[in-house]
Design a protein around this ligand. Structure first.
Ligand SMILES: Cc1cc2nc3c(=O)[nH]c(=O)nc-3n(C[C@H](O)[C@H](O)[C@H](O)COP(=O)(O)OP(=O)(O)OC[C@H]3O[C@@H](n4cnc5c(N)ncnc54)[C@H](O)[C@@H]3O)c2cc1C
Length: 397
């Protein structure tokens, strides 16, 4: 029977990227996913009708290092060089331009389905990765110097198991990780829309008082945007029950005709929004990455970017441990991962909370503070650049 050093449970974008990154460093990896892996590339239009995410430059660099075929993925992606943010309740607004950082783009919007197919192509190139899909881990057994993950019919003993199972991680529960959590009391309504007025290279964000932000992310097809409309759960339910034409009309009204006429191309789907952050990134021989470790408000499009940063840091820490011939689950090794990720992710959570709270208050004083605050940032080139650098992932080490 083949043996592996590391088992990764969950082959979403984060689990797949981690498997490839570790395989490139010479680890033998077992990747377990409950669903069959996506191997057929969807058509562009089908892909743009599914979940699309904004990926910053640091994340793109990691994916390229993993061998993701950008010639194949490129036609699905839209680079954006401008971000326009404004407050519907006041005159506060700010524009972020890639040129201010001497860059061509601030990031790109891409469909996760197309990215997953490209990643599963990359997985095939590594004989040191074994994929079990569809397969589920039922339980685990701790041994003196290893952990055994038990699936329905097979068992695999490894030095370290990584949970990359997304927000509702089962392994996280099994290992008894404790989470810090709060309800954002908002839900995101996601749809693909077509507008008659919009800049193809601009990502838009309109803050909407108590009801939350509306983001329009440009897609490569002219005037197509991926919409993320965050609002109260009750309003999200009303929006999702509407006919598409009425939904488009409601969006046009709330964005005050800024985007001209709007057509809704897909059924709007609702996603509840909960902040979750693990108190510890490892326990015994289990490590958390991606949404298993943290889930954040999508208002700045940072969730997957944070998960890809987890991958980068964890791979670096494990690579050093391997060179030093240490046990991969040595707590001194995994502590480095925790110490790097825990404070950085908290900073992002706090940053998002400040933005969410200050923009969701309808109080006149807060409204004025927003105007002053955004106006101040807009006039301070250094400060503005710091905001942009955080968003595109070139500040933190
Ligand atoms: C509305 C919205 C918009 C967003 N926009 C952005 C954005 O613009 N930019 C950004 O960076 N992030 C964004 N995010 C966040 C981003 O989508 C997530 O951070 C990212 O998808 C998390 O990836 P993951 O691989 O950790 O988890 P997932 O994508 O959830 O993958 C988990 C995988 O594990 C598998 N799995 C689960 N349980 C088991 C099990 N027990 N056994 C085996 N396999 C299992 C699942 O089948 C799945 O394949 C957004 C999120 C939302 C809700």
């Amino acid at each position: 029977m083949r043996t592996f050093q590391i088992a990764i449970v969950g082959a979403g974008v984060i689990g797949q990227t981690l498997a490839i990154t570790l395989a490139r460093l010479g680890f033998s990896v077992l990747l377990i996913e409950q669903r069959p892996l996506m191997t057929d590339m969807p058509s562009q239009e089908d892909a743009w009708r599914e979940r699309c995410v904004a990926l910053n430059l640091e994340s793109q660099q990691l994916l390229k290092q993993c061998g993701v075929n950008w010639d194949r993925l490129g036609p699905f992606c839209q680079n954006y060089s401008k971000m326009q943010v404004w407050d519907a309740d006041s005159t506060a607004s700010i524009d972020f331009l890639a040129t201010e950082l001497y860059l061509e783009s601030l990031g790109c919007i891409l469909p996760t389905s197309a990215l997953s197919v490209c990643l599963s192509d990359c997985l095939q190139a590594y004989p040191n990765i074994c994929i079990l899909a569809p397969h589920c881990v039922q339980t685990y057994r701790m041994n003196a110097d290893s952990v055994t993950v038990c699936c329905e019919k097979t068992e695999h003993t490894v030095q370290l198991v990584v949970a990359a199972e997304g927000v509702r991680s089962q392994l996280r529960e099994l290992f008894g990780f404790q989470m810090q959590t709060w309800d954002y009391q908002q839900a995101s309504v996601v749809a693909t829309i077509q507008v008659t007025q919009g800049d193809a290279h601009c990502a838009y964000q309109q803050f909407q008082g108590v009801e939350g932000p509306i983001a329009l992310l440009p897609l490569p097809k002219p005037n197509w945007y991926s919409l993320v409309w965050s609002t109260t759960p009750a309003h999200a339910t009303v929006l999702c029950a509407m006919e598409r034409a009425d939904f488009a009309q409601a969006l046009k009204q709330v964005t005050m005709g800024f985007f001209g006429d709007i057509t809704c191309l897909t059924e709007p789907k609702q996603h509840p929004l909960v902040m979750q952050h693990t108190k510890e990134y490892f326990r015994e021989r289990c490590v958390l990455v991606g949404d298993s470790a943290h889930s954040v408000h999508p208002l700045a499009g940072l969730g997957m970017n944070l998960g890809l940063k987890d991958v980068k840091v964890l791979a670096t820490v494990l690579s050093v441990a391997k060179q030093q011939q240490r046990d991969l689950a040595d707590s001194a090794v995994l502590k480095q991962y925790h110490q790097s990720r825990y404070p950085e992710v908290w900073e992002v959570i706090a940053f998002l909370e400040v933005i969410k709270r200050s923009f969701s208050s309808g109080h006149p004083v807060m409204r004025q503070l927003r105007e002053l605050g955004l106006g101040f940032v807009a006039k301070q080139p250094w400060l503005k650049k710091q905001f942009m650098k955080v968003a595109i992932g070139i500040v933190s080490g």
